[in-house]
Design a protein around this ligand. Sequence first.
Ligand code: UDP
Ligand code: MG
Length: 328
Amino acid sequence: MNVSTTTGLICTPPENRQNPSLLSLVIPMYNEKDGLDVLFGAIEALRIHLGVSIEVVCIDDGSADGTFEALTQRQEPYIRAFRLSRNFGKEVALSAGLDMCKGDVVVPIDADLQEPPDTIPRMLEEWRKGHDVVFAIRRTREHDTKAKRLSAGLFYKFFNMISESKIPENAGDFRMMDRAVVDVIRSMPERNRFMKGLLSWPGFSTASVYFDRPERHTGDSKWKPLGLVKLAIDGLTSFSIVPLRVASICGAAVSTMAFFFALYVVAKHLLVGDPVQGYASMITVIAFLGGMQLMALGVLGEYVGRIYIESKRRPLYIISQVHEKAER
Ligand code: UDP
Ligand code: MG
């Protein structure tokens, strides 16, 4: 049960946990039609193994390959499909899924089975022990390129250095969350959805299980390198204002140095009578400072842009079609 107070929330996850009455899988899908058979085969196996009721909330993120139509033709009674009016991106699709799901425990999972559903029984074990968030951590990144591994490693280190809420390294969106945690995440109003950060922000009692990440079973990754850079900048600027502080600190450091250098030049001129010289050094300093100023403006601009986007308060997503079987 979640209750809002003037400045916070009272969220108390259940204490005695046996089986959840409903487990929600939330799956963002973008052009995943060809993989649906394999995906639902794995989910059916999971359902039988777990012996708990499940619902599969599929968010079709504006696919062009008929993913939604294929979903509506499937027989599984636990499929709830929602079509977004266009491609909003995985982060927004996942937010829509968290809004739509009804389970006591919720697991966001990719459609490509790169996050194997057979990890879920181990996650459920941890939830039963009283952990409200169970991370699934990738044991290795052997299928990734060296560049992706290195950049991911650097990103996690840098993010955790400057952000107050930490994100566990090598944990994606794949995790099990108690309803209480999901409700906290849903109460966050921001338009900028850096899900890894948002999902970790509430805290609560956490545990981890480990899994090996296989290759995609069909199709290609939807991420392009530039998309990942954008995601990284989004993440850093929505969870920390340290970059702004760094700009101020650099400014203060450079002006202090400039002040002492000025004293030195004046003193040298008065004492030694040295004519002031140094065209080259002057140009270097001007160019350096010009660059610094532009960079600081750029950082400031990132934050102002974010305020602008938030202030418009547009809806985060639009669901244009719903398909679910009658209440079970
Ligand atoms: N996805 C989405 N919208 C997008 C891009 C991706 O809903 O604009 C979904 C995709 O269908 C998949 C999940 O997000 O279920 C992860 O995408 P992908 O496998 O391409 O990412 P990767 O595994 O390479 O990080
Ligand atoms: Mg994938």
